[in-house]
Ligand binder design. Sequence first.
Ligand code: URA
Length: 232
Amino acid sequence: MRLDKYLSEMGAGTRSELKKAVRAGRVTVNGVKVRDAAIHVEKDDEICMDGERVAYEQFVYYLMNKPAGVISATEDTRDRTVLDLLDGQQRKGLFPVGRLDRDTEGLLLITNDGELAHRLLSPKNHVDKVYFARLDGPVGETERRLFAEGLRVDETLTAMPARLDVLEPANEVKVTIREGKFHQIKRMFAAVGREVLYLKRLSMGPLVLDGSLAPGTYRRLTEEEESAIISL
Ligand code: URA
């Protein structure tokens, strides 16, 4: 593929920025400075910009701590989306894996790997999603049992068995589910007469939100995290 296309696909800048960078002599291919952004390169060529290797990676994975007030979508005409929180050099084809409501915070995986997204979201694959919720009142053993049995939420949804851990105080809970239906957690609590006042996703399979990621920030997955989700 063309050199500028390669670099822009790897998130090194926009096509026009990259054309300028190449013309300015900032890019080398296999150790040789090039000035033409249209030259053909291969995925295993050693391409460097400003002396730093820009290796070919087909897929990228980001772990974000989604803040409240942004939409889990790739674009929206009115509101900011989670992709707007990525820096300007973002790659094409990125999307959030599953949706968190606008007011929900917490762990969100952003990738361009469609097959992996499908595997993570399919209830058949039993990938646990753990949420912390603060409710408008306490819950206890009755709700724990109802959730464990597979709660009938309404005419359209009977939830798969879910784990409810009641914390201290008893209006704070951890819920573990394996599916991700529209407003699932809020609807499950509504079905037992409780309102969710605050909701945050803590983990998704092997991915855990670490305390160092402030809301609205993100990082690349570590190698261990990446291989853990790829082998799911
Ligand atoms: N369940 C909900 O109700 N909302 C979310 O954002 C995620 C799960």
